[in-house]
Design a protein around this ligand. Structure first.
Ligand code: B12
Length: 479
């Protein structure tokens, strides 16, 4: 095990930091690196962000910038991004063996010591919020000091792996306004195919859902921007980047009614200059009246993502989701009346789920889908998620699988393999999702007969022999 040679960070005169965002299939702006990078800039560092998703030759670009950097930071999610981050860290270390490499983000927050044990190219893994921790690491390396005083990190020291005490969540209002010029914003608009700006107004979530890793990573703590800050920043960014919509990346945007309403009123005062989408917990609807929903709509609210997970109250209680089926329908009613588009994701295949629970879920999907053509139903298949309570309960100490770094690098949340559900259930629910979507499509001469079939199928629950589905997909693909 090789301990990092802190004095080996030979380019400290430059104060150049390179931040790397690994490969993944979507083009959301790298908000974590932007926030960490802006904070470093404010403290006199030069920051370069290399986003692998935006480059033709990302590794060449990373190595080019690494040459005169004194530290590299990488943001790592479980799955494909982890796989790419391993390759990138290895390439950097092989070329510049003394260059310290720091990983942060959700995967290193979940597996601090596993990374240091199993990925020899990584020197430090950071747990939880990164802005303050990374700055302290950078200062430490520049000044050739020891890492011992820094909270929320894990690293090698001789033969030992040191895991420091975790860092409580800091108030994000202390952070400077993000400098989006660290990335080429226009390039993201181009890749997305629309002028959609990414922004996050909070960190953490107070929910305790057993299938989510948030309680583990942020320990039920949460910090959010004030509504005044959000309005001032977004109006400034809109003037600068001329976007038409905002994609709020918050785990749960509507935590406080007061903040939500002040934000919406602020946007209306400024002429509702863009549309926006955000994630909502269905119980947050209790705090918001129909008039509030209409106000949100008038401020530009276009689409809410409302996690349902299951149509069985028994399962929702087992997930400790603290949400009732009644609240979900009440929330849907307000979206319909406002009107605001809504997407309702479901998850099939939870441990302990019975046939009755699955049938209740299918019914709920159909009922919600039929409520309004502006509603969308999404189906996912349960996979034990690293760091979640459900994962720990299921596999603590007696799993047949070796959950090493390699396993997590090849982990795919989106496939149904290893999800524990049968091919039959998988097929049934992907077809149901397809037919519900079709019933909500705008009518046209072409769509009309397909819609009729889809409505009938949803009503009867008969999804076998989907010939018209195949025909529809064939027409679409040949257009
Ligand atoms: C935007 C987003 C994405 C973007 C990626 C953004 C990017 N980096 O390029 C895209 C769309 C690509 C994405 C993909 C996926 N995502 Co996603 N995503 C998010 C989302 C909504 C926002 C992330 C964000 O920008 N947050 C704002 C920043 C400021 O917070 P942060 O990311 O936590 O960063 C802080 C710390 O983590 C840390 N940090 C982060 N990076 C670094 C780097 C260094 C060097 C340091 C020191 C610290 C550090 O410091 C930051 C500031 O304090 C989060 C939920 C959330 N609100 O966090 C889910 C989330 C991160 N995603 C998640 C999941 C499950 C996925 C997918 C698996 C979804 C799927 N079904 O495919 C895939 C991942 C893998 C794949 N195959 O590509 C999970 C976590 C998964 C995990 N264990 O890694 C989250 C938490 C959602 C959830 N609650 O389940 N995602």
């Amino acid at each position: 095990m090789k301990e990092m040679n802190i004095s080996g960070a030979s380019n400290t005169i430059n104060k150049k930091v390179v931040l790397y965002n690994p490969q993944s299939p979507f083009f959301d702006m790298p908000l974590a690196l932007l926030s960490i990078g802006t904070n470093l800039e404010q403290h006199g560092y030069t920051v370069v962000i290399v986003d692998a998703r935006m480059e033709d030759q990302p590794m060449e670009k990373l190595l080019y910038h690494a040459k005169d950097a004194f530290i590299i930071g990488m943001s790592v999610l479980t799955g494909a991004p982890l796989k790419d981050a391993i390759t990138a860290a290895k390439a950097c270390k092989q070329k510049y063996s003394d260059l310290p490499i720091v990983w942060g983000g959700w995967h290193p927050s979940l597996f601090p010591s596993q990374i240091i044990e199993e990925v020899p190219w990584v020197d430090i893994s950071v747990q939880g919020q990164g802005e303050w921790t990374f700055l302290e690491i950078a200062n430490c390396l520049i000044n050739h000091q020891k890492l011992d005083e820094i909270r929320g990190i894990c690293y090698r020291k001789g033969q030992q792996i040191i895991i420091k005490q975790s860092r409580p969540l800091e108030n994000i209002n202390q952070l400077p306004r993000i400098n989006y010029d660290l990335i080429d914003v226009e390039k993201y608009f181009l890749k997305k195919g629309r002028r959609q700006f990414d922004y996050v107004a909070s960190i953490g979530c107070k929910g305790r859902c057993v299938f989510c890793a948030d309680p583990f990573v942020f320990n039920h703590q949460r910090s959010n921007y004030t509504s005044e800050r959000m309005i001032a920043e977004l109006i400034y960014y809109q003037g600068k980047f001329n976007f038409t919509e905002i994609n709020f990346q918050d785990e749960s945007f509507f935590d406080s009614r007061k903040r939500t309403i002040a934000f919406a009123e602020g946007l209306i005062k400024n002429g509702s200059p863009f549309s926006w989408t955000a994630a909502m917990r269905a119980d947050q609807d209790d705090k918001l009246s129909l008039d509030d929903f209409i106000l949100l709509k008038n401020s530009g609210a276009k689409r809410f993502l409302i996690g349902v997970e299951s149509g069985s109250q028994k399962m929702l209680d087992a997930f400790e989701k603290d949400i009732t089926i009644k609240q979900i329908f009440s929330c849907a009613d307000k979206c319909k009346k406002a009107p605001i588009h809504a997407c309702f994701p479901f998850i099939i295949g939870f441990p302990g789920e019975t046939k009755t629970d699955i049938l209740e879920t299918a019914e709920m999907m159909k009922n919600l889908g039929a409520k309004s053509p502006i509603f969308e139903i999404k189906v996912f298949f349960f996979k034990p998620y690293p760091g979640s309570k459900i994962f720990n309960d299921l596999y603590a100490g007696h799993s047949p699988i070796n959950y090493d770094v390699d396993y997590w690098a090849n982990f795919d949340f989106n496939t149904f393999e290893n999800s524990g559900i049968s091919k039959k259930t998988y097929t049934h629910f992907t077809r149901l999702e397809f037919y519900i979507k079709l019933t909500n499509k705008k009518s046209s001469l072409l769509i009309f007969p397909f819609k009729l079939f889809a409505q009938l199928r949803c009503k009867l629950g008969f999804l076998k022999l989907p010939l018209e589905m195949m025909f529809y997909k064939w027409i679409k693909s040949s257009n």
